[in-house]
Ligand binder design. Sequence first.
Ligand code: SF4
Length: 317
Amino acid sequence: MGKLENVFSWSFSASHDFEECRRRRYWSKYGSWGGWDKQAPYEQRKAYQLNKMDNIYSLQGRAAEEAVVWVLREHQRGVNVTMDQAYETIARPLMNRCWKESKDAAWQASPKKFCCLREHYYKLWDAAKEKERTAAVVQHTKNCIAHFIDRVLPRLADVRREDEVDVTHSDEGDPESFLFNGVKIYAIPDFVYRKGDLLHIHDWKAGKVKESHQWQLALYGLWAHVKHGIAPEKVCCFVEYLTTGQVAPFAFGPEKMEEVIARIGESVADMSSYLVDEDRSRNEPVPKEEWELAEDESLCRYCNFYELCKPELDGVL
Ligand code: SF4
């Protein structure tokens, strides 16, 4: 295999990180690059390890989302399953495995292969808090699955496997992306299918309602247009809030497409200004110190990279 190249790329979550804290984007895209090599300098290896770290809420979201996909697949092969079956078969084993790996610090052998939860790593919980939060996470995951079965699945009941559009997820290698104006853009919608001459895009959300979700789905609309040649007016988007079972549908359309293109353009230009000579083909970052720390220090409490920034945040550097 040839040498891996750190190419300039854009994604919705990358732009969110960059907006919240420039330094976080530096760590996740540049400071951690190559940190999988055991011979790499300490800071690089640490950034890589912290970049791979999970947290209980993202784990909960993954467990709920994997469980609802399993429910959907079972339905497609003619088997109706209950919430308890989906929880016991998919969500619980996943959460238990990650929890154990994290508690046992298995990630020390391979941060990529084994789960590390931020709550364990930074010792954010005492025993009472841990008990209370894990019970809440279990209940929330069950609620999400139950809402999917009761309120979402009936709307998707007729979708056949052959109507679906394949999307490459991160556990399958380099995730779904497309090239737009010479920039590699990651876009990983959860569930996409053709319905007549329309393309339906659904994204599962196991957390709170956020305005940004509409923009994320609009990015997927652009992906559908660029990668699959679907006219923007033929793309329908659905944000599926599993916490309540409610859906936020909207039509994509040419106007939304122009807006999302403009947003991406602005964000790519801002990110490029942190590269030497703003040269995206070289993709060489300006020195770390020029990537500002978060203006809002309350963000640091919930950030994977806190350990690396702490000396600077404390004014020790
Ligand atoms: S710890 Fe704070 S300053 Fe450092 S990357 Fe995270 S949010 Fe930014």
